[in-house]
Design a protein around this ligand. Sequence first.
Ligand SMILES: [Zn+2]
Length: 116
Amino acid sequence: MSDIPITAYKCKKCGKIHYPFHDRCLKCKAREFESIHPAGRAKLLTFTQIFNLPWGFDERFLIIGIGEFENGVKAMGQIKAEDIAGLKLGMKMTPTWAPVRKVQGESVHGLVFELA
Ligand SMILES: [Zn+2]
């Protein structure tokens, strides 16, 4: 699963991973980063339901969560689940890059976590 087009930035000095990009490391203030990509599956860190969706979404609500990949990259994405009853913090999710909404008839892709 290395087909997720997300780039995170790992501080060359202290190793802290930033996503999105910051000018200076939030931990040690260094300015040099190495680009890394999410690798492996993702662990669910936190999630929430959003009911007031912007225009372009067909769903009544979305479940949004933050996943931590096996190499430490953390990213927010949609969670593909019927409801939050089946979600548990720490559970493993499979990251995919899939259509998440339509803008002027065009599908916009984003990070989607599947519970498998
Ligand atoms: Zn640093």
